[in-house]
Every structure is written in C-alpha cells, then in structure tokens.
Design a protein around this ligand. Structure first.
Ligand code: ADP
Ligand code: MG
Length: 717
C-alpha cells in the first residue's frame, strides 16, 4: 500500500468534512499532497521573551506566564460573575486573561473557545503562550495565542526550535484548522509516508550537486532540526523544482531541434536586398545582429522558435519585414499577426512602405474585411500570389489556407492565447513542416521569468534604440494641478504636437472605468473646445469602424488629443505625439506604464509622460510612480514589478500566461539557482538527450508526472 496516495480523510484528525475543505481550498487530496505543502515561513520558538521587554511591532513571540486572573467580559468592558444566577456563557463577548512572569503583565484575549480556555487557564497555573502582540487602546495584548504546557525547567527548546507557518485559508480557519492542527497532521503524514518516499533525483546528482536526500528534505522543511538543516532542505527542494522544470523544457527543445522538420531557407533573395538597400536609415547594431540570428535559424534546416524582445520603439517591425522577405525569397509565404485591428492596420500601412521597392504582394485580413475582400485574399493565399499577409486572429480561421506558409510572425505575444498560437503551426506546407515562428514582444520579461516561460525558445534581444531618441521626461502630479496640466497641453498643441490621454480599464470594474473615461472626455472637451481643438476618443465598447475612424483621425493629425482606454498600449505609432497623460496612474502596473510611455518620444521632439495620480495612494503605488519617474529602462522596471508584486501575481496574469505553478522556488528570488539548474539540465541532456540511460530513469519518470508536463509547450509560440 502506497501511503503517499492515501486519501487525506484517513489521516488522524482529518475526517471527511475537513478532507473536503483541504482538497478544495489547498488542493490537498492525499497524504503525499500534504507533505508537499511547505511552510511559507518559520518562527523561531527557541527564545522565551520577558514580558517586560515586549514592545509593539514584534513578530510572533512566546512567553511563559502565570495566570493572575481570567475575566469573562460582556459588552462595554463589564465583567460577568460566573456564579451569579442567570449567568450564561453565551452572553460573554470576550475572555481576558492576565498573566505575569515577574517582569510585567500581559493580557491574552479570546473571542472564541471562551469556555474551554476559561476552564483551562485557572488562576495560578503556568503556561507557554505563543502569538503576535498587538496594541489595543494603548496597551499590548495577544489575541488568540497558542497555549501550551510550559517547558520543563532548563529545556527552553522543548517546543522545537523552528516552527513552520503554513498558509491557512479563511474557510479552513473557520472549520477550526489552526497552525497547530496542520502541524499535527503533517507529523502524522510524514510518519506514514517518509519510509516510502523514493528520491526524485538520482544519487549521482545528489553527490555532484551536494544535495540532501528527499526524505531528509521533507522531514526538515516541515520540522527543521536546525537552521542548517532547514537551509539544506530548502536548497534541495528548490533545486529539484527548477531543475526538473528546465529539464522538461530543454528536453522538448532537443527533440524539436533534432527533428528534420524545419523548412530550409538557404538564400536571402532579391526582395530582401531591394528593401534593405532602400531603407531610409541604417539599421542599429542590435537590429543587424538579430536579423543575423534569424537568418541563421532559417538556414539551419531546423524549425525556428524565437522570441524577439525589444523595448517599445526599438524597431522590431523592420526586423519582422526583413525576416518575412527571407521566407518569401525562398519561395514561401509569411504572415504577421497583430493583437488588434488598429495595430494590424498600422503595421500594414508601414509594411507597404517598406515593400514598395520589392515585387512582393501584400494584403490585410481582419475581422472587418468584407466578404468580397476575403474571397480575394483567400484565393491569393491559396495560389501563393500573396507573399505577405498582415492580420488579426482572422488569420487563424480554418478557411484561411496558405499555399506554403514558411514564417509566422506574432507581434505582442502576450495578447494571444496558447491555443491560438499553436493553431498557426497547423498552417505550414504539411504536417511535418510547421512554419518557422518569430514572436515579438515589447514587454521586457525579466531574465528569470523568460527562462522559465521560454526555456524552449531561443531569445533575441534588441537592446539598442535607433539614434536620436530623447528620453521621455516623466513626472507625476496630483489632481490639484489639473489646470496647469491643461495649460501645458495647450502649449504643446500650439507647437503642433499631439497628446494622448489614457484612462485605466480594468476588467472587474469595466463599467466604472468607462464612466471615468466618459467624464474625463467631457472635461477635456470643455477645456479644449471645438473648433480650436479636436478631440478623438477610442474605447473598447465602440464598433471597429468607430475605433478605426477615431484612431485614423489622430494618426493622421486631424485630432489634437486622443482620449482612450489602454487600447493604444500596444504598438500604435504616432511620431508627432509628444505628450502622454496617464489618468489614475497608480492603477497601472509598472510594465504597463512603461508600455504607454513608449508611445511618445518616437519623433525628434522633446516628449513628456505625465502621471496623474489620485489623492489616496498606497505606499506601493507611490513607490511605483516614483520609480517610473526615475528610470526609462524597461528591464529594470520589469524586474522591480516582479519583486513588488511577486512572481505569483505575474504568474496569475494573462500577461505572462505562465502555465507552471512553482511550489517552493521563486522566480524573483532564486534567479541564480535557476541558472545553475538550467546549465546542469543542459549538461545532462547533452550526454543523454532522451534520458534513456538507466541512471536517469528516475528523471524520466518524474518528467512524466503531471507537474512538469507543460501543455504543448514547444507550440506555445
Ligand atoms: P517597435 O519595436 O516598438 O515595434 P517600430 O518597429 O514601430 O518599434 O519602430 C519605431 C520607429 O522607429 C518607427 O518609426 C521606425 O520607422 C523607426 N526605426 C526603426 N528602426 C530604425 C533605425 N534603425 N533608425 C531609425 N529609425 C528607426
Ligand atoms: Mg511594434
């Protein structure tokens, strides 16, 4: 019988009702699940504090105290006499127990379990109390302390030195599950399971990497014998998690790059050269380097799966066009897919300019293409006469059939779902020859996250801006400065510049946000009256036609101001726009703010980003806005964002679409260990790419377990 798989309800102290809660709230269904649920921090219980030394603001403490009195309190501080006739425990609001250790007195407060604690905490009895001191009405107390027998004299550490603290969701707490009960469950589960735990890493890895065994790690992550044992256990479990994850990602990459499925594209062709030679500017060093990397991929005979990261304005479109021309030069077609219609149209307009010196026929396909346009485009794609197609999700529809799609380029990848992206794979010339894939993103993904997310992809970075860009002057203002803001906007408009005004749009409060935008729009129209000023507005509730009309008006310079929700976040290029005003700026994440700021500063003029904050600000928001004003470096901001919000948050957002739940390692904090794990995984695969060596049988087995099974990962992009 494998105890690891035993139903959690059979664990002493659990039972069917708690089992259901554990499963639902914590995903713990078996003994094995439980022992893999680790504490998120530890409390040092080796020290007993003198009551006289207690101050507010302390973390958890423990004291040994003799009970002086235990008062059953009613409303408004009245004290009940339990011997009085008609007394009922039900009427008691709170039990207040005062204890002393000679150095001072401390109050323990109970709102629940009143009767039980009152009977137990008799005056003059001595107990060990454990909890977090808080301040109430100017004096310090501990609410709902854990109560234990005092340690035997001379054994201050009787309670165990380090105690794990587990996440206990509210519903479990209400069902009476405390830290102590989890501790008891854990110790029972470990006793049952540990003898059966088999190591998940082969011996040779434990030796080479100096790691402890899984049994030792599990025992000590829950009940550390010492700080040192805890450190060993933590390192082992984190390493294992990161290592297996990387092993799984890299293994897929090995399989993919060894397959013969890549469409070979040995030449560059005349269209590439024609376009290159008539460029109005020199490519930056970074653009050249990236194009070389892509060329090498396309020539290699292996399928390319490359992520191209480049800050907003770094010139990714050019790279996309030149890559597409290589595919076309080899007799294949290429597509560029954008997340919104507005963006697709803008791409198309730019791309047509670049293509004019070539003989390539291009087209655009979006949701609002007419039936007639569609018919023509479908035909052109099928007979191969259209070389480059730009479009939105409409490109993914089943009736879009390419004669020979050789390269699929996806712009701003985070807006596309995994399924949609993998659909592109099926549009290659035949099943064995998927198109090469280039994913472009302006979201600077922190290195550690990129490694986890895209462990399977090759990454290129454009880390250089086209020459002549001036940094965007960024400042924050409060609501009181609105009049000055409008005056400033007017001065900029008088110079012939254009202004973006952006409102947040957050899904849960869409209605309120729209309201804010409407009010803001009215306010602006009042301050910037027609016909002296022209204000365009774009938001998600408009029809495509309306959106396009307004966007075009702004892009063509017919409107001075564009009021919008974050639809403009992605990609829109209006070089004449020099001011970006972000309303309720505290509601945006750092990365998003940075994206928005990237919409200005594309022309030669001095440009500005003005963060308008609401009056009430949390400390964190304040920090975020300060940071935005202090740096223009997208990667620095992304790293900070991850640190502030924690990768857990990032993982949960559609931004990253991270399909992995890390149990113990942290992408923000364990970057070095991650690199080490990745390099080590790479070394192992270099020798044994299919993990068929008997020494690696354990690894092979682990990768088959669901945790590391990453949904069709190589096809994500
Ligand atoms: P993004 O990386 O944000 O997609 P774009 O490709 O839209 O950036 O380029 C931003 C602007 O910079 C465009 O107006 C483009 O014409 C211009 N640009 C691109 N590459 C260069 C270069 N090497 N030198 C000068 N301007 C460039
Ligand atoms: Mg772009």
């Amino acid at each position: 019988m494998n105890e690891l798989l035993s139903d959690i309800k059979y664990l002493p102290g659990v039972g069917p009702k708690r089992a259901e809660l554990l499963t639902k709230e914590l995903g713990v269904a078996t003994f094995g699940d439980l022992i893999h649920m680790y504490p998120f921090r530890y409390i040092d219980r080796s020290t007993i504090m003198r009551i006289g030394d207690i101050r507010t603001g302390l973390a958890y403490i423990q004291v040994v105290g003799r009970v002086l009195r235990a008062d059953l309190c009613g409303p408004g501080g009245s004290v009940f006499d339990p011997n009085a006739p008609g007394f009922r425990f039900n009427a008691v609001k709170r039990l207040s127990v005062t204890v002393t250790d000679g150095s001072g007195e401390l109050e323990m407060v109970f709102f629940k379990g009143i009767r039980w604690n009152w009977e137990r905490l008799r005056p003059d009895s001595v107990f060990l109390f454990f909890g977090k001191p808080s301040e109430f009405n100017g004096h310090i107390n501990i609410v709902h302390p854990e109560v234990d027998n005092p340690p035997a004299p001379g054994t201050a550490q009787a309670a165990g030195t380090l105690t794990g603290v587990y996440t206990i969701p509210e519903k479990l707490k209400n069902a009476g599950i405390t830290g102590r009960s989890i501790g008891r469950m854990m110790s029972a589960a470990l006793a049952a399971c540990l003898p059966q735990v088999e190591d998940t890493l082969p011996d040779y890895i434990l030796t080479e990497k100096g790691l402890c065994t899984l049994r030792f790690a599990l025992q000590n992550i829950h009940f550390p014998a010492s700080q040192d044992a805890l450190a060993k256990a933590t390192r082992r479990l984190k390493f294992e998690e990161l290592f297996l994850l990387q092993l799984s990602l890299l293994k897929q990459k090995y399989i993919r790059t060894r397959a013969e499925g890549g469409i070979p594209m040995p030449k560059v062709g005349p269209d590439f050269n024609a376009c290159y030679e008539s460029l109005p500017y020199d490519l930056t060093g970074a653009q050249k380097r990236v194009i070389k990397e892509i060329r090498a991929d396309l020539m290699s005979g292996r399928q390319m799966n490359r992520l191209l990261q480049g800050d907003v304005g770094s010139g990714k479109t050019m790279v996309a066009v030149l890559s597409a021309l290589i595919a076309i030069g080899n007799g294949y077609q290429a597509c560029i897919m954008a997340p919104t219609e507005v963006l697709a149209r803008q791409h198309f307009a730019n791309i047509q300019k670049y293509l004019s010196p070539t003989s390539v026929r291009s087209a655009i396909l979006t949701g609002s293409s007419t039936v007639r346009e569609r018919r023509e485009i479908h035909a052109g794609l099928e007979d191969g006469s259209i070389g480059l197609i730009v479009g939105t999700h409409a490109l993914l529809e089943d009736n879009v059939i390419f004669r020979s799609l050789g390269l699929a380029i996806i712009d701003e990848q985070h807006r596309f779902g995994v399924d949609q992206r993998s659909k592109l794979w099926s549009k290659g010339p035949d099943e064995l020859h998927p198109p090469h894939v280039l994913v472009m993103t302006a979201t600077p993904i922190p290195r550690t996250l990129a490694m986890t997310l895209y462990g399977d992809l090759d990454v290129s970075v454009i880390d250089e801006m086209p020459p002549g860009r001036k940094p965007v002057q960024t400042l924050q203002i409060g609501q009181a400065k609105r009049a000055q803001l409008y005056a400033f906007m007017k001065r900029e408009i008088a110079k012939g510049r254009q202004v973006f005004v952006v409102y947040p749009l957050i899904f849960e409060s869409e209605k309120i946000d729209l309201k804010n935008l409407e009010l803001g729009y009215e306010d602006i129209v009042k301050a910037f009256p027609f016909p002296d000023y022209k204000v365009a507005v774009v938001h998600g509730k408009q029809s495509n036609e309306e959106k396009n009309f307004n966007m075009d008006a702004f892009a063509a310079g017919r409107a001075n101001i564009l009021v919008s929700t974050t639809v403009i976040e992605v990609g829109v290029d209006v070089p004449n726009a020099s001011v970006m005003v972000i309303e309720s700026a505290q509601r945006f994440g750092l990365s998003q703010l940075h994206q928005l700021r990237g919409r200005v500063g594309r022309g030669a003029e001095e440009s500005f980003c003005i963060l308008v904050r609401d009056n009430k600000l949390s400390n964190e928001s304040r920090k975020r806005l300060d940071l935005m004003c202090a740096t223009q470096d997208g990667f620095e901001l992304a790293e900070e964002d991850m640190k502030m919000r924690g990768p857990g948050d990032l993982e949960g957002t559609q931004q990253s679409g991270l399909p992995i739940n890390l149990g113990i390692a942290s992408l923000a904090r364990d970057g070095i260990l991650l690199s080490e794990a990745r390099a080590y995984a790479d070394r192992i695969l270099a020798v044994d790419p299919s993990l068929s060596d008997p020494r690696n049988a354990v690894l092979s087995r682990e990768l088959r377990s669901s945790k590391y099974e990453i949904k069709d990962y190589s096809k994500i992009s």
